[in-house]
Design a protein around this ligand. Structure first.
Ligand code: SIN
Length: 478
């Protein structure tokens, strides 16, 4: 099977890349599970955009500030400058953002933004609406249940990937390969990510000598309902707080002001740490919707309303117990301003799997869908303008045992270790213990998918150990 493009992943980055590839190109998009099982589908808050040319400097400043000085300013400028056209493109193609009665776009505010500049759709279902829209407009071939087990790389060229499809391992060859497989959520016991997001491609990158950057910077979302049995924990979007929800303890005290003057609207690393510490001190923490009228709440946050009614919470009357949980990976496969993987002619990384430098040490809320849109378009533009001639090459299929009998037990140990020792508040001792656990599991009789998770986890721990002071989402207690 030879294609012009192989796109790995069906989140916003993969699908928007596909939308920008001309129809006469031979494109294959592959998805590990059902198409919607990706982080885009579950994204609630929205898509940040500079509201107009005058807002670009302020959006850039907010992004750089959130990133704690570690963003790449040029990448941030690209992100912000392109946001206006990207949103225009979506609207012209027929995507419907929420509007007021007069037809004006509605902008909401989230933590660490100096003004409301976040567009949303379906109230709190921006990701789901965007995903449906991109799927409906997709004209290229898609395979579901197609899992990458290896990349076919040689001398700065990626020839394609080995996949398992319908139980059979096979090689798929392509002139351009776009990795859009998402972050690392499954490495953490408590996370908001789709269950497919398990860092397989980051793990393969480690084997291929592809550089992973900023891996210490794992972002924890402050307001998550973790008492649900499912692996993916339920997010309570930042925009709830942007629109007036408060974080309270068992006595209705808004304790966040004891930690930061901005209270509920402080950057999410600060809010996450404050809640975590407060819980460790023995308090219960809740998100309260006292400020909301029921009709408004139902209309503005329909998904959250429905989810929590089903769970037995009478929202907005009743408050919901919350805790921080892992949410987003700032680090990933190092890629340039056109999303090209460093050292490769035809390999691109887009969306959460990539490290473009736009997030630095801490991502500004709702910049992630925007990053996926902006940088996937740039990847396609680059591949079309700099078409590379690649002489086909055949690769043997490496058939590894993908899963072994004890993997589940070790996966669980890894998730627990990452949560407890490589989490919201870290210590050198904890990080060293995590490194040892990862090493110990690596020596067991394990399958390939677990091995790939361990490769990624090891990079996170190594990166965290190499940064000696607290910065952004990497917080050291000692
Ligand atoms: C949210 O809705 O709170 C998540 C938005 C984001 O992760 O940027």
């Amino acid at each position: 099977m030879r294609y012009d493009y192989l796109i790995i992943g069906t989140g916003v980055a993969g699908l928007y890349a596909a939308l920008n590839i001309p129809e006469d190109k031979n494109v294959l998009i592959i998805s590990k599970d059902p198409l919607w099982e990706c982080n885009t589908f579950y994204a609630q808050g929205g898509i940040t955009t500079a509201k107009d040319e005058d807002d670009i400097p302020s959006h850039i400043e907010d992004t750089l500030k959130a990133g704690a000085g570690l963003c790449d300013p040029k990448a941030v400028e690209i992100l912000s400058r392109n946001s206006i056209n990207i949103i225009k493109d979506l609207i012209e193609r027929g995507f419907e953002f929420d509007r007021d009665k007069k037809g004006n776009l509605l902008f909401t505010k989230e933590a660490a933004h100096s003004k409301p500049r976040i567009l949303h759709a379906g109230g709190d279902a921006t990701g789901r609406e965007l995903h449906l829209f991109l799927m409906r407009n997709n004209r290229h071939k898609v395979l579901e249940g197609c899992i990458v087990t290896d990349l076919l790389c040689d001398d700065g060229i990626c020839y394609g990937a080995t996949v398992r499809y319908r139980g059979i391992l096979q090689n798929i060859y392509a002139k351009n390969v776009l990795i859009a497989s998402g972050g690392i959520g499954s490495l953490y016991e408590y996370n908001t990510n789709a269950k497919t997001i398990s860092s397989d491609l980051q793990g393969i990158a480690v084997e291929k000598g592809i550089k992973l950057k900023d891996m210490a910077f794992t972002q924890f979302h402050p307001t998550v309902f973790i008492k649900d049995k499912r692996a993916r924990k339920l997010l309570l979007t930042e925009s709830l707080r942007g629109e007036g929800a408060t974080v309270v303890d068992e006595n209705k005290k808004r304790f966040l002001f004891d930690y930061d003057d901005r209270g509920e609207l402080a950057p999410r690393d600060i809010v996450s740490r404050a809640i975590f510490r407060y819980q460790q001190a023995g308090h219960s923490v809740y998100l309260s919707f006292d400020n909301f009228d029921k009709a408004f709440f139902k209309k503005r946050f329909p998904t959250i309303y429905k989810n929590f009614q089903e769970l037995g919470f009478d929202v907005p009357k009743q408050k919901v117990p919350i805790s921080p949980a892992f949410h987003f990976m700032m680090g990933g496969i190092e890629s340039d301003y056109y999303s090209k993987v460093k050292g490769f002619l035809n390999l691109y990384a887009v969306g959460e799997v990539a490290c473009t430098g736009v997030h630095g040490a801490n991502r500004l809320a709702s910049n992630s869908l925007l990053e996926g849109l902006v940088f996937s378009k740039r990847a396609v533009e680059d591949s079309l303008t700099n078409e590379v001639k690649i002489k086909p090459k055949e690769f043997k299929i490496n058939s590894y045992p993908l899963i072994k009998k004890d993997d589940k037990k070790y996966r669980h140990l890894l998730r627990k270790t990452m949560w407890e020792k490589v989490g919201i508040i870290r210590t050198k001792k904890g990080l060293l213990e995590a490194a040892q656990t990862i090493e110990d599991i690596s020596k067991k009789d394990i399958g390939r998918f677990l091995k790939l998770r361990l490769n990624s986890a090891k990079k996170i721990v190594e990166s965290a150990l190499s940064i000696k002071k607290s910065i952004g989402a990497h917080y050291l207690e000692d």
